[in-house]
Design a protein around this ligand. Structure first.
Ligand SMILES: C[S@@+](CC[C@H](N)C(=O)[O-])C[C@H]1O[C@@H](n2cnc3c(N)ncnc32)[C@H](O)[C@@H]1O
Length: 269
């Protein structure tokens, strides 16, 4: 694990943090009153916000499974990994390929404080945690290279991360740098918030996050498409993530209105 300065002492409980608000939506215990307060405000505006968080988690599971089964990729770089929530990405990948190698990255000290749970994988596989900011992609690539072989395909996941990074704060540069470093046959798994389906409530949600000091941006279908430039999209393309190959066990996945996040998987030719 890198970046192991005492994490707990760096946890700021005076303002909400995305990882902890998301944990609250998922029914987790690793959040503070400020996070719960913002979570409740968002849920009051958008009653199904917790459903969206759960749907995002399920998208991660389905997409990771599809990548392992359909591409044969055995290496994963998951940036904006979040507070551990079972099943974690390495558990899904290693349940199919026990020797999968996974590097998790997040910039929030609360994730670092709980990272031990992300490091318990199969004996044949490897899991590593790197404390870093996604806006420093070169640093991430350098540190991940101790576990991942970038001459071979890697699945890069940016799941529910990029809506916390505006375009003028480097969202495109970081995607270009990371995808540019990947070998042919690698893939990008991404989900990102959109206002395309429910503009009024998403706008109110953005205002609530912004008022609490958290950057939040919604992207249109075309804007998410630009993040996949040069990649070949797996079916069904860029869709509300509850429509991305909904599984029968989850009751078809798409109960209710579309989830306000786009999800997609693109392969680097
Ligand atoms: C909504 S959570 C998503 C967690 C997980 N990827 C999932 O989809 O279940 C977003 C995560 O991105 C992290 N994050 C936000 N901005 C970041 C940045 N600039 N660098 C690294 N991580 C960041 C947050 O700390 C949080 O853990």
């Amino acid at each position: 694990m890198t970046g192991t300065e005492p994490a707990v002492s760096r946890i700021d409980t005076s303002r909400p943090h995305p990882a902890r608000v998301y944990d609250w939506f998922l029914g987790g215990k690793d959040n503070y009153p400020v996070d719960e307060e913002l979570g409740r405000r968002i849920a009051a505006l958008q009653g199904d916000a917790p459903r969206h968080a759960r749907a995002n988690r399920r998208f991660m599971e389905r997409a990771t499974r599809a990548v392992v089964r359909e591409t044969g990729i055995r290496q994963f770089l998951d940036i904006g990994s979040g507070i551990p929530t079972e099943p974690n990405l390495h558990q899904i990948a290693q349940s199919v390929v026990p020797d999968a190698r996974v590097v998790y990255v997040d910039n929030d000290p609360i994730v670092l404080a709980h990272a031990a749970a992300l490091l318990r994988g199969t004996p044949q596989g490897v899991t590593e945690y790197v404390q870093a900011d996604a806006r420093e992609p070169e640093r991430i690539l350098e540190q991940a290279a101790s576990v991942l072989d970038f001459d071979r395909p890697v699945a890069l996941s940016l799941i529910a991360l990029l809506h916390f990074i505006a375009d003028d704060d480097g969202a495109h540069r970081l995607v270009d740098t990371l995808v540019g470093a990947l070998a042919p046959g690698s893939c990008l798994v991404l989900s990102a918030m959109t206002a395309d389906f429910d503009p009024e409530n998403v706008r109110k949600g953005i205002e609530a996050y912004t008022a609490s000091g958290v950057t939040l941006v919604a992207r249109s279908h075309a804007e998410v498409g630009r993040l996949f430039q040069g990649l070949d999209l797996l079916e069904p393309g860029i869709v509300s993530l509850s429509d991305w190959r909904p599984s029968a066990e989850e009751g078809g996945g798409n109960e209710g209105s579309p989830v306000s996040l786009y999800g997609a998987v693109g392969i680097k030719p």
